[in-house]
Write a protein that binds this ligand. Sequence first.
Ligand SMILES: Nc1nc2c(ncn2[C@@H]2O[C@H](COP(=O)(O)OP(=O)(O)OP(=O)(O)O)[C@@H](O)[C@H]2O)c(=O)[nH]1
Ligand SMILES: [Mg+2]
Length: 267
Amino acid sequence: MDEKIHPDVEDFSAEPLLDTFIKEIQKEEVVFLLGICVALVLVILTVVFFGNFWGSSKARNAVLLLGLCDSGKTLLFTRLLLGKFARSQTSITESSATYKSKNDRGSSWTLVDVPGHESLRVQIVEKYKAVARAVVFVVDSSVFQKDVRDVAEFLYSILTDGTVAKNTPALVVACNKQDISMAKSAKLIQQQLEKEMNTLRVTRSAALSSQDGAVGGSVYLGKRGKDFEFSQLPGRVEFIECSARGSKGEDGDVAGIDALEKSLARL
Ligand SMILES: Nc1nc2c(ncn2[C@@H]2O[C@H](COP(=O)(O)OP(=O)(O)OP(=O)(O)O)[C@@H](O)[C@H]2O)c(=O)[nH]1
Ligand SMILES: [Mg+2]
């Protein structure tokens, strides 16, 4: 009788249910563990990415003053740091000092005055190029017509350097000595440099064989199949006019380097 009242009791077994339950829990555990793993991987990747990004941009804190001899780098260096005029002689070694930008962020950079003489500058550029946040390329605008080829060759060698092209430091071409009446304008200097560098690219790039650019640390400048223009460069490029002597001569006002200070404030 009892057996008939509870016909299913004998057939009933807790085992399949328990199995299903355990399997469900195990499935959830696997999903949960997978979730944790994915989250961990994401955290690690983020840390590595931002660590590298922050580390490299933090490390690149040098502003290099480059340019031919007598273009006015040392005088600009003194004016930027001390705000006043000082007599200068041809530099035979680099000078560096901390420069505080005139911006609200209070950013400060290591300003490096690199001698213009070819035999000295190559080694110093090598030393600082990997940490360059910006290159201030100083041009003597009063003798630009005579120097154009040398200026273009120097700038070309900097811009096609593998390390420089990879880090894309901002380029500020400082058309200095605007207080001299013969001085060429920034616009004209830019146009003539583009023309000259276009020619240089034709003669120099014959050695480059790879399509994507990089060969032996040297890269193709600008866009293939198009005349060279500074706007084709990946980094920020600015042409500014300035006068390290100030527009009113030796005792002149600081306005002569205003445009350069503004550029540096944006770095
Ligand atoms: N009129 C005028 N003279 C300038 C200006 N900037 C520099 N000079 C003069 O140009 C000469 C060369 O200036 P430097 O600052 O020594 O030139 P540099 O680029 O440091 O030259 P190197 O050290 O040889 O590479 C000096 O007699 C400066 O006084 C400027 O804006 N206007
Ligand atoms: Mg100098």
